[in-house]
Design a protein around this ligand. Structure first.
Ligand SMILES: [Zn+2]
Length: 90
């Protein structure tokens, strides 16, 4: 089984963004979604895990809820910023 190195914060941010996207008053296009994720990730600590692809979801589920509030706060701030300066083209 191949072990991969992964910044689990990245997965967590994307999963959380999908979960709260409806509550964020912002554009839901792919470009804005990724911009919001980048903005939040640059302000959050990286959390690397060495794991197998199969165990990744388990690791993600076990990922400490201590980060949830912070991740949501950063995503909310990110959505505000991206809303002001969207990079997508209408
Ligand atoms: Zn957009």
């Amino acid at each position: 089984m191949q072990i991969i190195l992964r910044n689990i914060m990245e997965d967590y941010v994307i999963v959380t963004l999908d979960r709260i996207a409806a509550d964020l008053d912002c554009c839901k296009c792919e470009k804005c979604r990724l911009d919001i994720s980048c903005y939040a990730l640059n302000r959050l600590p990286a959390k690397y895990v060495a794991t197998t692809q199969g165990e990744l979801m388990t690791k993600l589920c076990q990922f400490d809820n201590q980060f949830e509030t912070k991740v949501i706060a950063e995503l909310t701030a990110a959505a505000e910023q991206i809303k002001k300066n969207p990079r997508h083209i209408y």
